[in-house]
Design a protein around this ligand. Structure first.
Ligand SMILES: Nc1nc2c(ncn2[C@@H]2O[C@H](COP(=O)(O)OP(=O)(O)OP(=O)(O)O)[C@@H](O)[C@H]2O)c(=O)[nH]1
Ligand SMILES: [Mg+2]
Length: 316
């Protein structure tokens, strides 16, 4: 059902992994062999940069090429634009009647298992359902967002003119992650300046893979520059196809994600050993110097390895 692209089956599967309902891990295990075919495009940028508008335009273009889409909007409610989800809904309403597009908003910060992991799992479900392209919209600021970007085969970083020294303040990490720059709201003054700043930064450091991220000017609200942006995406796609780069990138992404998944799993085991009350008790012991934290952590980690063991007791 899911793999035939049925929208209701898809919604059910996504809810299952999102809420960690019974069977979620079995579901993901059975879906994984059917993944890896979708092209995952991350679209990131400051609140209000025009991410949703751009996603909407890209979606339109890809639909014209008869490619099916999954769209994940990660945490679109920012403190700056409170009504963003509603706005997104209205804007994307055109697509609602189109079974070739499935849109999911993930609005809860600190959702079960962490935002990045849940987003990864939702993307897995969409991929297995046979979507050709998955667009992930995320505000590019925190660590979670950087992690989400790691899911993507291709990352588009949106900058807008008139944000002063925006480019300088963008974290180096985010800058490195951008495969393509879009200067949106290019109908405003200052687009050239932003472009010059990006070029200046690019001249300072070359990427290991030798790719120089192209810079595309867009006016998403008017649909301008979208074709050029899609062309830049296609160009990067063909760059990735050469010399096994797609696989290399995927290996790098999985290295991070595996560590992340392991950390979560280990922590869950340790937590199960402890219980919430107990950790407060132990924290008190350490604060009062009744115990040293190094031995304590070794003990807990050791116990988590052996199922059925008892949690360490509080101090005397
Ligand atoms: N002038 C101008 N306005 C634009 C352009 N693109 C988007 N906008 C407007 O900018 C506002 C924010 O656009 P969104 O697409 O919601 O931005 P966003 O980055 O998704 O916002 P959040 O999800 O809240 O972070 C909307 O009012 C858009 O109509 C553009 O190219 N030029
Ligand atoms: Mg948005």
């Amino acid at each position: 059902m899911l793999r035939s692209g049925d929208a209701r089956a898809l919604a059910r599967a996504i809810s299952t992994v999102e809420n960690r309902s019974p069977g979620w891990s079995h579901l993901l295990k059975s879906l994984f062999p059917h993944t890896g075919k979708a092209r995952v495009i991350g679209i990131t940028g400051a609140p209000g940069a025009g991410k949703s508008t751009l996603v909407d335009q890209l979606a339109r273009l890809y639909r014209k090429q008869d490619r099916s889409l999954g769209i994940i909007a990660v945490d679109p409610t920012s403190p700056y634009t409170g009504g963003a989800i509603l706005g997104d809904r209205i804007r994307m309403q055109d697509h609602f009647a189109d079974p070739g597009i499935y849109i999911r908003s993930m609005a809860t910060r600190g959702s079960l298992g962490g935002l990045a992991r849940t987003t990864a799992d939702v993307a897995t479900v969409l991929d297995a359902s046979g979507r050709d392209v998955i667009l992930i919209e995320t505000v590019g600021v925190g660590q979670d967002e950087v992690d989400i970007v790691r899911l993507a085969d291709i990352t588009i970083l949106i900058l807008v003119p008139g944000m002063g020294d925006d480019v300088q303040t963008i974290k180096a990490g985010i800058m490195e992650i951008a495969d393509i720059f879009a200067i949106n709201k290019s109908d405003r003054d200052g687009a050239e300046r932003v472009e010059r700043e990006i070029r200046a930064l690019q001249s300072l450091a070359t990427r290991n893979d030798g790719w120089t991220p192209p810079i595309v000017k867009t006016v998403a609200s008017e649909g301008k520059g979208i074709k050029e942006l899609a062309a830049a995406v296609a160009e990067y796609e063909s760059f990735l196809q050469k010399e096994n780069r797609a696989l290399q990138k995927s290996v790098e992404n999985w290295r991070e994600r595996l560590v992340e998944m392991l950390r979560d799993a280990m922590l869950e085991k340790a937590r199960a050993q402890l219980g919430d009350g107990n950790i407060a008790e132990l924290a008190r012991d350490v604060a009062e110097h009744k115990r040293d934290p190094y031995t304590l952590v070794e003990e807990i980690a050791g116990r988590a390895e052996k199922p059925g063991s008892t949690p360490p007791s509080g101090g005397q």
